[in-house]
Design a binder for this molecule. Structure first.
Ligand SMILES: Nc1ncnc2c1ncn2[C@@H]1O[C@H](COP(=O)(O)OP(=O)(O)OP(=O)(O)O)[C@@H](O)[C@H]1O
Ligand SMILES: C[C@@](O)(CCO)CC(=O)[O-]
Length: 567
């Protein structure tokens, strides 16, 4: 077991990291590689966390570490992506955080503490079906591409899943058992009997079942944590070449996809791909036996986005199954709708990647907005909207502030609105419908000036004037009150952020008195209150709210192939 002393003596800057980390296949058996014997050169690299190396850990075990992964929004193409069409999705600033704390070896247990869903469960490591998972033909390695769940392995873990929350009502038990299945399948596939006993404590700022990829983000966290524990990842560190960063992200993503399959049956893989790699991507999977086509959209604009939660929870698996049924019952029609959604995505992709794309121009935003409207209509035709989503769209359409669609699986969950740029006109008549398909409702924003241009209810010209900005804020404030009155919830988030991140050891400079930084332990993590409390304690970004400056906190590290290094 590595004590504090050996941790201190480790050479975290070893150049060996570069050579080892290019290892891809077959040179390492993850069996019998508990993290407490992890060689320094394969541990997450600390470049600016030097003080942490000299601190004394209160426990003689390995210090706890954390991983974090973002949620996502699908901007275009959900559902159609399950059927081979392309989708565009972007990471958001809401994230899941997983703390891995090690126990002394006498424990022989593995514990999940997932307070967001009130799940707490402990398994005895020796009782798990290692023999089934290590049989020839069944044994998988960290570098394998697994594209479907093995029914024999699922059968083997079933009794251990059934032992989770057996007395709770069916609906809650299902949520618990989905998360437990995701963990156990990954744990048994990647770890070994000798894996160090530990506690996995997970907290998330992503609403669950709201279309924002909560399940993918937990699958990414679990995959990254387990791969780190078995030494199958290198970095993230400053000098990692882009291809090497991509390899690490890909490795995490492949196993996260396996975790996603445990939670919702037939995922396309878009959610875990965005959650692993961050930023924004065009994603398409035509053949489930092969890796998908993933084109990073490096210049994806920080579109002004409004995110509203219906608070109507639903299961992605059920919504995906609805579309499969429709496709069975109305094959030709459904195919045409799915094709059209694919065309919406391609059209957006063409615009977003064209050399003269300007996200602040009226024409570009209008084009993207119209595609949002069309996409929503097609999702309605697929039967995956919900009266509450339609109500949100109606409320937003009346204000004329942007273009709205459901995002993710639908059936409830969230709606996104791409906001028009700042209005330049301070008095106008709207047709009550920002999507240009007027429905006869009239709104009067009672301010001064230009009545002549009633057609451009909110003008998208580049000149932004303060009266226009005030008007927009007024409309948004009024809208927020209405949404709240009807039980909906507005979210603040930014688009196109980082993917999976590592905090090793779990120490952050939180500006308090603790020498060398604040050690994050289970109790502190569990005590953090709500999204703000979690972000203040462990958030990957520090947010200076008034000026809305977001910057990555010292300590958190990311694989960023687009930079070849982390900031
Ligand atoms: N914070 C969390 N803690 C534990 N388990 C979670 C958490 N968030 C999500 N899950 C797991 O993910 C499941 C929700 O997955 P689902 O795919 O239905 O919703 P989503 O991922 O939020 O939406 P979408 O797939 O449409 O983006 C839950 O039932 C639970 O098993
Ligand atoms: C509905 C869906 O397309 C998006 C869920 O976020 C399902 C999937 O792609 O796995």
């Amino acid at each position: 077991m590595a004590g504090t002393g050996s941790l201190r003596n480790r050479n975290f800057g070893s150049p060996v990291l570069k050579q080892r980390s290019t290892t891809t296949h077959g040179t390492q058996t993850p069996d019998s590689s508990p993290v407490d014997t992890m060689p320094a050169q394969l541990l997450p690299h600390l470049s600016n966390g030097a003080p942490a190396l000299h601190r004394k850990y209160s426990s003689p075990m390995m210090p706890p570490f954390m991983v974090s992964a973002p949620g996502k929004v699908i901007v275009y193409g959900e559902h159609a992506v399950v059927h081979g069409k392309a989708a565009i999705a972007a990471a958001i600033s809401l994230r899941s955080y997983l703390l891995v704390s090690f126990l002394s070896k006498s424990h022989h247990t593995i514990t999940l503490r997932f307070p967001d869903i009130q799940l707490e469960h402990t398994w005895n490591i020796d009782d798990l079906p290692w023999n089934v998972f290590s049989q020839p033909g069944k044994k998988k390695y960290y570098y394998d591409l697994v594209t479907s769940l093995d029914p024999d392995l699922m059968d083997a873990i079933q009794p251990h899943i059934n032992s989770v929350s057996p007395k709770l009502p069916e609906a809650i038990r299902k949520i618990h058992q989905n998360s437990a299945a995701c963990f156990l399948y990954l744990f048994l596939s990647l770890a070994s009997r000798k894996t160090a006993p530990c506690v996995y404590t997970l907290r998330s700022t992503i609403p669950i079942g709201a279309g924002l990829g909560s399940s993918a983000s937990i699958a990414v966290c679990l995959s990254a944590a387990l791969l780190l524990q078995i030494r199958a990842l290198s970095g993230p560190h400053q000098d990692q070449p882009p291809q090497e960063c991509e390899l690490q992200i890909e490795r995490i993503n492949r196993w996260a996809f396996v975790g996603e399959m445990c939670i919702h049956g037939n995922p396309s893989g878009v959610d875990n791909t965005v959650s692993s790699g961050g930023k924004a991507v065009l994603f398409q999977r035509t053949d489930y036996n092969k890796p998908p086509r993933v084109l990073p959209l490096r210049n994806f604009p920080e579109l002004p986005l409004l995110l509203v939660n219906t608070r109507q929870s639903r299961s992605t698996a059920i919504e995906v199954a609805k579309v499969a049924t429709l496709r069975n019952d109305h094959a030709v029609l459904t195919e045409k709708i799915l094709d059209s959604i694919g065309m919406v995505t391609e059209s957006a992709h063409k615009l977003l990647t064209s050399p003269d794309f300007d996200p602040t121009s009226h024409d570009s935003l209008k084009h993207l907005g119209e595609l949002v409207t069309i996409n929503h209509g097609l999702l309605v035709a697929l039967g995956v909207s919900h009266p509450k989503l339609e109500r949100i769209r109606e409320l937003i359409d009346y204000t004329g502030i942007g273009w709205t669609k459901l995002t993710g699986a639908g059936g409830g969950g969230c709606a996104i609105t791409i906001l028009k740029p700042q209005p330049t006109i301070t008095h106008h008549h709207t047709n009550g419908n920002g999507n240009g398909n007027g429905n006869g409702h009239h709104h009067h924003h009672d301010t001064s000036s230009d009545e002549s241009d009633a057609s451009s209810d909110i003008d998208c010209s580049a000149s932004i004037i303060s009266t226009g900005t005030k008007l927009k804020h007024k409309i948004l404030d009024t809208l927020e009150v209405k949404l709240e009155q009807e039980g909906f919830e507005k979210f603040e988030t930014t688009l196109a952020g980082d993917g999976v991140g590592v905090l090793w050891p779990a120490v952050l400079h939180n500006g308090n008195e603790e020498e060398g930084g604040e050690e994050i332990d289970q109790e502190k993590f569990l005590r953090a209150e709500g999204t703000e409390g979690i972000e203040r304690l462990v958030g990957v970004e520090s947010v200076r709210r008034k000026k809305v400056v977001r910057e990555v906190r010292e300590g958190w590290k990311f694989w960023r192939p687009w930079e070849g290094a982390f900031a």
